[in-house]
Design a protein around this ligand. Structure first.
Ligand code: NAG
Length: 540
């Protein structure tokens, strides 16, 4: 999913500069790959995956799950000790920042994982905290970022509501706390709804909750406009008030029927920015990564959430998936079994893939399972396998921010040069772990379970600090090249959850992703931050 850089400052000038910056960063990457090779760290990822040797003992599933629970408790203790109620812990220096409005992003984003991990004391601590929040009191600036607060805080609270009223009904039974959770969920839905007061109905990116006013930006990203249906839809279904889902659907309409025609350079695949006045798409450059990723993800997941309502969303997802197979995906030379997803720019594609885009493997697998299409499942698996090749050949066993590849051999054609790293940081991204979770669910092939586990052991080895987990500077340095001192809330919401669920058997988890080809359908769907939501339509 698309994530803004953290700055701790939510003022308008800063944020738009920041958003422009990350966009320009990606475009610059694509436009000048030659320069990337010269200026950025450059190292080869070879063709024969060999996991770095590690001293750790072999653990069975029960042992692995226990290690994840310990890691969660370790990071929770560090966050609670230094930053409880703040957004983000710097896990090396133990400082705190409020980079998501100051509502305690880490505490809230950890909630559904704490429930699934059975950590009732942590759950009660978070519910107590949520009950005290006033959404109109923003810290670290005057505005909140609608996309981030929707996928992290809002979805976490809705998910907790569903889980505590479903499979975890015996946990945290205080009716006061549950009523507070419900009230805060509705109030946050109302607060986020302030973003949609635009001529088109496309939400603006940032909202001042006190004044119920959005910023004055003229455009927003496709991801921000198209990652709303699950959260706003679920709130409407829980409250029986359709006003929330109406907002999300109105915004989505522009993305389902994009104008002008050249903003859809391949059928179903769009540009990345949308005009909030007209609803027109403003460009034709895109990818399955930043700025658009979860728009594609939610076309499929909206259908899983309510298959009776969102059949037309599935149709669009299938068109996008088909175009991706025919025009976007490609294989490094010598490796037809690995698929990587290019970025596009009008008619052209560039062979660069951002770490965020790895989620697409899981998304293809999920789409293939619910439509019983083996081509789509296999395609997703070839993305999962490419991720395995990348992770297993770095010195740390973790993956970089960007990879590039050459589909055709020029010159020496050494198979080891087929894939190249161009951004060596590991930012604790969950997308590869997410894709391996889906790959395991679809195949039950222990390879994906073991890859997920090997990556988590590498996180324990290179990223762990005295108070939590940090990103690292260089996945290809023997010591990780130093720590970035950032622990985003998705370490709790996604990294630990996907690793744990990949080891967890079905009978313990009604919310597991199901392979409907086996006759078991999906009664839950994960939002883009891995918060499970209860399906309302006929399960598929
Ligand atoms: C399965 O998906 C592929 C790729 O999108 C598509 O070409 C094919 O027609 C689909 N098969 C069926 C039976 O729908």
């Amino acid at each position: 999913m698309w994530r803004a850089e953290s700055t701790g400052d939510l003022t308008e000038t800063k944020e738009s500069a920041m958003r422009g910056l990350s966009r320009r960063f990606l475009l610059a990457f694509c436009a000048s790959l030659a320069l990337c090779y010269i200026f950025l760290l450059h190292s080869s990822v070879g063709s024969l995956p060999v996991a770095p040797s590690r001293e750790r003992p072999h653990l069975d599933q029960e042992g692995r799950k226990a290690v994840v629970l310990d890691a969660f408790q370790h990071a929770w203790n560090g966050y609670s000790k230094y930053c409880f109620g703040r957004d983000t812990l710097h896990p090396v220096t133990n400082g705190c920042v409020d980079d998501f409005g100051g509502y305690g992003a880490t505490a809230i984003d950890a909630l559904s994982t704490a429930i699934i991990f059975g950590k009732e004391d942590v759950v009660v601590q978070i519910l107590d905290f949520i009950a005290t929040l006033d959404w109109t009191k923003v810290k670290g600036g005057a505005r909140i970022q609608v996309f981030e607060v929707t996928i992290r805080h809002f979805a976490a609270i809705i998910s907790a509501w569903d889980l505590l009223n479903g499979p975890f009904a015996s946990m945290a039974q205080s009716s006061t706390l549950r009523q507070a959770l419900y009230d805060q969920m509705v109030k946050l839905g109302d607060t986020l709804s302030c973003a949609f007061d635009t001529p088109s109905g496309i939400p603006r990116g940032w909202v001042d909750p006190k004044a119920c006013e959005s910023d004055l930006a003229t455009s927003n990203t496709v991801a921000a406009a198209g990652t709303l249906i699950l959260e706003f839809g679920r709130l409407s279904d829980i409250t029986k008030d359709s006003k929330y889902v109406r907002l999300a659907r109105r915004a989505e309409e522009y993305l389902l029927r994009p104008e002008p025609a050249d903003s859809e350079p391949f059928p179903g695949l769009l540009g990345s920015t949308v005009d909030v006045s007209s609803g027109e798409i403003l460009d034709s450059s895109g990818s399955w990564g930043a700025s658009a990723d979860s728009f594609y993800e939610y076309l499929l997941k909206a259908y899983i959430y309510d298959s009776e309502q969102y059949g037309s969303y599935l149709e669009r997802w299938l068109v996008a998936a088909d175009s991706t197979i025919t025009s976007i995906g490609s294989h490094p030379y010598g490796h037809p079994e690995w698929t990587l997803l290019s970025t596009w720019n009008g008619e052209d594609v560039n062979h660069i893939m951002e770490s965020l885009a790895w989620f697409a493997g899981g998304n293809f697998i999920l789409g293939g399972m619910v439509t019983a299409n083996q081509t789509l499942v296999d395609y997703g698996l070839s993305i999962a396998d490419a991720a395995g090749a990348v992770y297993q050949k770095t010195k740390t066993g973790l993956g970089p921010e960007f990879v590039t590849w050459d589909p055709i051999c020029h010159g020496s054609c050494k198979p080891d040069d087929a894939l190249q790293i161009v951004g060596a940081q590991f930012r604790l991204r969950p997308e590869v772990l997410e894709t391996w979770y889906y790959a395991y669910r679809a195949t039950k092939n222990p390879k994906y379970r073991d890859w997920s586990w090997a990556a988590f052991e590498a996180i324990l080895e290179y990223c762990r600090t005295d108070s939590g987990f940090s990103g690292i500077v260089n996945v290809n340095a023997a010591d990780g090249g130093g720590k970035t001192d950032v622990q985003e809330s998705f370490v709790f919401a996604e990294v630990m959850k996907y690793v744990y669920l990949t080891q967890l058997e079905d009978d313990h988890a009604p919310f597991h992703v199901q392979d409907s080809r086996t006759g078991v359908t999906n009664t839950w769907v994960f939002n883009t931050e891995a918060h499970p939501l209860k399906v309302v339509g006929k399960p598929v």
